[in-house]
Design a binder for this molecule. Structure first.
Ligand SMILES: *Cc1c(COP(=O)(O)O)cnc(C)c1O
Length: 379
């Protein structure tokens, strides 16, 4: 089945009791049993909820995976993955990643005796040097946030397979429309559903997709035991959002390209980070593993000064100055003080995350209006 058809139909069956075409919002905490143990597969809503089950099935299908699990947020999904590990285990993680991921790794799980190595995932041979007998998991994001590097998932999965490690890929920036990590060798695909999957800036949620049954069972056990499950209303909103995911991504890509090309020719702008440029260092990998270059763009000014960027961001009329991304509306973010504020400056500088860098999530408005807004704000 083609992706577009899956987006509209996956996971959703007419409701057996009424024929309702959309899976209802099962706003209930528990289910009545006829006799102890005699029930219809639903006991308690932390463990099972039909609205959630439909969404989990849908996300699994979009990711070409056998199983899906959803969580109360993206970081709750990451939390569940790390809980597969035990004290003494080691993780090799990309060094250019979402600030909240860095925070949960270093500020929460290092305290439980798990060791994290933050390395440059562009260098697959370099990654292998960190593998030892305690290594259990490789974790990467691509495109990376906010530098828009493209990591070669196949090359990293060759290392994870050689050493029998789990490979987890945060697929939030690409969305399942543009990139299918399962096909490239990932064991776990993770999403901040808050972003493109939800798509309308009205839900906070996370998801995991896996193929292996025993891995699924361990993660489902963690989901139920630790309890970071989303409510049925949020699951319903995401089921609705997914139906237009492919159409939204098409426009995000189109607008992203127009905005990136506008910025690249602007005399005040220094660097533009967008994987669609032929001059982007990972352009060839992007072309191979992605179906489009997405709507996420970062850029800097010749004058690397926070105030220069603040002035631009204060002037935006259409771009909303906000954390988050992936919504229908365009957003601008200042990573150094907002999303990546938890990362020490010296770590930021290592990946080139300068003080003047602005990250754009290009929405699905008219591209000419977006470019006019950038033009008046940059001056
Ligand atoms: C937002 C985000 C997360 C965290 O997700 P939440 O839903 O905010 O908890 C993780 N990874 C990436 C790439 C993100 O953009």
């Amino acid at each position: 089945m083609h992706f577009d058809t899956k987006a509209v139909h996956a996971g959703v069956e007419p409701d057996p009791s009424t024929g309702a075409i959309m899976t209802p919002i099962f706003q209930t905490s528990t289910y009545v049993q006829k006799s102890p143990g005699d029930h219809q597969g639903f006991e308690y809503a932390r463990s099972q909820n039909p609205t959630r089950s439909a969404l989990q099935k849908s996300i699994a299908m979009l990711e070409n995976a056998n199983y899906g699990l959803v969580f109360g947020s993206g970081v709750a999904a990451i939390d569940a993955v790390v809980k597969l590990l035990k004290p003494g285990d080691e993780v090799i993680s990309g060094n250019d990643l979402y600030g909240g991921t860095y925070r949960i790794f270093t500020k929460i799980f290092e305290g439980f005796g798990i060791k994290f190595h933050f390395v440059d995932m562009n260098d697959a041979a370099g990654v292998e040097q960190y593998v030892n007998e305690n290594t259990k998991l490789i974790w990467l994001e691509t495109p990376t946030n906010p530098m828009m590097s493209i990591i070669d998932i196949k090359a990293i999965s060759a290392i994870s397979k050689k050493h029998s490690l789990l490979l987890g890929v945060d697929n939030t920036f690409a969305s399942p429309v543009l990139q299918s990590p399962m096909e490239l060798g990932a064991d776990i695909v993770m999403h901040s559903v808050t972003k493109y999957l939800g798509g309308h800036s009205d839900v906070v949620m996370g998801a995991i997709a896996v193929n292996d049954e025993s891995l699924y069972k361990r993660l489902a056990f963690i989901q139920n035991s630790c309890g970071a499950v989303p409510g049925p209303q949020d699951c319903f909103l995401v089921l609705r959002g997914i139906k237009t995911l492919h159409l939204r991504m098409e426009r995000h890509c189109e607008n992203g390209e127009k905005v990136a090309r506008f910025l690249a020719q602007h005399p005040e702008v220094d660097k533009v980070y967008w994987p669609g440029f032929e001059s982007h260092p990972n352009h060839e990998i992007a072309k191979e593993q992605m179906k489009g270059f997405g709507g996420m763009i970062s850029f800097t000014f010749h004058e690397d000064d926070m105030q220069r960027s603040f002035k631009v961001m204060e002037k935006f009329k259409l771009f909303a100055l906000a954390e988050s991304l992936g919504g229908v509306e365009s957003m601008a973010n200042h990573p150094a003080t907002m999303t990546h504020g938890a990362i020490p400056k010296e770590e930021r500088m290592k990946v080139g995350l300068l003080d003047s860098l602005i990250r754009l999530s290009v929405g699905i408005e008219n591209a000419d209006d977006l470019i006019a807004d950038l033009e008046q704000a940059i001056g």
